[in-house]
Design a binder for this molecule. Structure first.
Ligand code: MG
Length: 207
């Protein structure tokens, strides 16, 4: 399986990273390998190579069929469950890579950089509209991110249509759909608790 992550999909988050940056004209994505998975609410260990390790809380869509070059109108047929994830990011390394015009992998694709909720919830149980889901994350008891999927710059079906033009999506692939405003650093001793439509799906410690 593979993990596809969308960058800059909420306008307020784009501006918090760089006031001068414009919102993208088309979806932007990058990938993490399967070794990036962090499952079962296992603790996240901050890697020694970063001094500015950030959380990004994201809606995660699990792909349930093989699709290539799917039209946006039909993209809803290739998922029926959603969960939550944390796209852990070595922000210091990412800034260095961007400044040098280099790829981002060391900042985004390292081991355990993709925390994924143990449970995925049938979309039908959440009202059926993937563009009307609320989620939030509390860091050590303080709510730091609140997202509403209606605020995505590119909706999930558009994302799937776009990515599948270039890369075949397969059963079990995970699509991280971008983070809303409020990203920030984690420190040892922190605890991440994130909920989707009022259901707690992520609850794990930072060490
Ligand atoms: Mg992200």
């Amino acid at each position: 399986m593979k993990i596809i992550c969308i960058g800059r999909n909420y306008a307020d988050h784009v501006r918090e990273l760089d006031h001068t940056r414009e919102v993208p004209a088309a979806p932007q994505f990058f990938m993490k390998p399967d070794t990036a998975l962090l499952r079962n609410n296992d603790p996240f260990y901050i890697p020694s190579f970063s001094r500015d390790l950030h959380y990004e809380t994201e809606l995660v869509v699990r792909i349930n069929r093989v699709v290539k070059c799917i039209d946006e109108r039909f993209a809803h047929r290739c998922y029926d469950e959603v969960g939550l994830g944390i796209d852990f990011t070595a922000r210091d390394l990412q800034r260095e890579c961007i400044a040098k015009g280099l790829p981002w992998e060391i900042a985004k694709a390292f081991d355990h950089s993709a925390a994924v909720s143990p449970e995925f919830v049938p979309l039908a149980a959440l009202g059926g509209d993937i563009q009307d889901l609320h989620f939030e994350m509390a860091l050590s008891g303080r709510t730091v991110q609140r997202g509403h999927t209606a605020d995505m710059l590119f909706g999930v079906d558009r994302l799937i249509a776009h990515v599948s033009q270039f890369i075949t999506l397969k059963i079990g692939d995970l699509l991280f759909t971008g983070t809303p405003v409020g990203v920030g650093p984690v420190a040892p001793g922190d605890r991440i608790v994130a909920s989707l439509a009022g259901r707690t799906l992520l609850d794990f410690d930072i060490r």
